[in-house]
Ligand binder design. Structure first.
Ligand SMILES: *[C@@H]1O[C@H](CO)[C@@H](O)[C@H](O)[C@H]1NC(C)=O
Ligand SMILES: *[C@@H]1O[C@H](CO)[C@@H](O)[C@H](O)[C@H]1NC(C)=O
Ligand SMILES: *[C@@H]1O[C@H](CO)[C@@H](O)[C@H](O)[C@H]1NC(C)=O
Ligand SMILES: *[C@@H]1O[C@H](CO)[C@@H](O)[C@H](O)[C@H]1NC(C)=O
Length: 374
């Protein structure tokens, strides 16, 4: 307190000297006010944070991450058309870019035969990269081989994940109008068919695909996975797409999938997950996976490829396949995909027996020591 508080002439009140250091009379209320304010700020901030965290939890909650088995409807309406008027105008198409995928293509073809699809089965292959031995295996269960030129990734393949470097060749699907195909369903070689999906051929849209699923915070997305596609081949569209490759701006990592999302994303029909039952769904929402398993039409082995040694995409010898699959089923992702990988292994084994004669022609010398892929 300063003496200037007192006007000249006023008597200054007597203040005895403190006998021991005592707190400044002004400091005490100031200090408690400060502590009170600090506590209040802390409480308000805590409250706000908790509110925001709870709020964002609900704002970001995807109903699929929050899946509950509520609905008991069937996937397809009972009166939906499922018969193909002219099967020769519709095709189910896969691709073979290297020999390591031949056992997968053969097993996929076998799974298609089991569900009685009436469409043509076609495998696109790159002649300079696929041996006649692998092509023989890949076409042993019904796929007609159709050679195509490789389409190189734009910008010298900069930024493309190494196992996707051939994937732009998938655009060649749009040239199959040359074979009289009006509509087709494309399946990646790492898929297996569980149920007939001929109803897709009656879709009125130009393009359809199922939304993709990621393990990271992207989760259930609006962008689609390019492992299963419905499309109308049209060479004019093909030429247009190829003409856009160099100038289109998109993340290069996921190659053709990234490009296709930028080309068709705004106009694509999103198909139900049943048509691209991606293993990532099981990791992300196990209850969803188990509940809808019986409705799955096409299972996509994204996180685990039973016919390859993962994670490096190394090929597996034909005679070692069954042992490899059993091992992979238990070990990969801590056994999470045991059921699915074993199912792939069972179909592979069945396929070997049912198509023994066709497969037998694929080995020159036809003996076990020469039976290896690549
Ligand atoms: C769904 O539940 C209703 C009511 O319980 C039942 O009548 C119907 O048959 C069920 N539908 C299917 C496809 O299970
Ligand atoms: C192919 O696409 C072009 C350009 O979009 C279109 O004019 C043409 O009618 C299409 N052809 C068929 C057979 O749909
Ligand atoms: C060739 O292999 C197939 C399939 O394993 C077998 O059925 C067939 O008998 C073999 N042919 C000869 C000549 O060994
Ligand atoms: C089996 O194939 C291997 C390699 O092609 C050859 O060396 C071997 O002599 C063949 N064995 C028989 C019994 O034909």
């Amino acid at each position: 307190m300063s003496s200037s508080f007192f006007r000249r002439g006023e008597s200054v009140p007597y203040v005895p000297l403190a006998t021991s250091p005592s707190p400044d009379p002004l400091k005490r209320p100031f200090k408690s006010r400060y502590i009170f304010a600090a506590l209040l700020t802390l409480l308000v901030s805590l409250g706000l944070n908790i509110t925001l965290i709870i709020q964002s939890r609900y704002d970001n909650a995807n109903p699929l991450d929050n899946y509950q088995a509520l609905n008991n409807q069937t996937l397809l309406a009972e009166d939906s058309p499922r018969i193909l008027a002219d099967p020769s105008r519709h095709a189910i198409v896969t691709t073979l870019y290297d020999d390591n995928f031949a056992p997968a293509v053969a097993t996929l073809g076998y799974s298609l035969r089991k569900v009685n699809s009436h469409a043509r089965l076609i495998v696109l292959y790159i002649p300079s990269q696929v041996s006649s031995h692998a092509l023989c295996i890949a076409s042993s269960t019904g796929f007609e081989p159709h050679p195509v030129d490789r389409i190189a990734p734009p910008h010298d393949g900069q930024g493309v994940y190494y196992h996707f470097v051939d994937q732009y060749t998938k655009l060649k699907l749009w040239t199959l109008d040359d074979l009289g195909i009006e509509s087709l369903v494309y399946l990646d070689a790492d898929t297996l068919v569980k149920q007939n999906f001929d109803e897709l051929f009656a879709l009125p849209w130009n393009f359809a695909a199922s939304p993709d699923v990621f393990l990271n915070r992207k989760g259930f997305t609006l962008s689609f996975n390019a492992g299963v596609l419905f499309l109308h081949p049209n060479t004019t569209t093909f030429n247009h797409m190829v003409s856009q490759l160099a100038s289109a701006s998109y993340p290069p990592g996921d190659a053709e999938q990234s490009f296709l999302n930028h080309y068709f994303g705004a106009e694509s029909l999103r198909l139900p997950y049943s048509y691209n039952y991606n293993l990532a769904i099981k990791k992300r929402a196990p209850l969803l996976w188990d509940t809808l398993w019986n409705e799955a039409k096409v299972v996509h082995f994204t996180l685990a490829k039973p016919f390859l040694a993962m994670p490096n995409y190394v090929g597996v010898a034909w005679d070692e396949m069954e042992a490899h699959v059993k091992k992979q089923a238990i070990e990969w992702y801590g056994g999470l995909f045991n059921k699915e990988i074993r199912w792939w292994g069972e179909l592979f084994a069945e396929m070997k027996t049912v198509h023994e004669v066709e497969l037998g022609t694929c080995w020159t010398g036809n003996n076990s020591t020469s039976r290896t892929i690549s």
